[in-house]
Design a protein around this ligand. Sequence first.
Ligand code: SF4
Length: 255
Amino acid sequence: MHLNPASSLAPLYNELREHFPHEPHWWPMHGEDRAFEVVLGMILVQQTQWGTVEAAVLRILRAGVDSFEALATTDPDHLAILCKPCAFYGHKAIALIRIAQNVCTTPGGSAALVTGERAALRQTLLALPQIGRESADTVLLYAGQHPLFIVDAYARRVLARTGVYADRVDCLRAPYDEVQRIIEADIGPMDVTTARELHAMMVEASIHHCTANNPRCTRSGAVRRFVDPRKCAQHCPPCTGCPAATLCQHHLTIG
Ligand code: SF4
């Protein structure tokens, strides 16, 4: 894992890496079909906490829906029950089945979702139901081998508050592609492991410290519980505050 030390993001990345040790099961996989589980999790997590998603993923797998082939022929009402209580579970069940049917009728199957040129793959993913830019990039990064920066709400919040790119872009409000282009230009080439780690760090910083309201700048991180004990087993032990506090504009100016 190596982020360009000359990039503007390197100091923040290094602080976060020191605080949140490498988590090998940050996105816990339960079977062999990585693309299937990433798509499942990526759709279910929209507007839903990961703990709820994890439980739904396990219910779906245990019901025998463990591949795009099985998903493509699952009854939507049955799948909706398995997805509940994830937000919009009925719509998500229908979207998941349509995505699976698309994958099953595409030459190359799930490998075709993530193999090839990034921009072209993204356009293909964006044409699928319930998949926006963030979701498409999540599939390319975690199911494929495309090292990119995901501009999700967590990253926007941490970057806006720390002010890392305040001289170049409004990370909170600027369009997704603009923020991504500026950050990737700053970082330069990175390997996929670093890109996954970077995304995980942004999420971890947000859920443990840089919460939407009352950020825990000088308090121990919020504790999260997950179904899978491997998930975040090492993360955010009791601490005295956010690892970004020494370089965060929001904290240093507002306190
Ligand atoms: S110091 Fe506070 S505002 Fe800044 S990133 Fe950390 S939690 Fe967020």
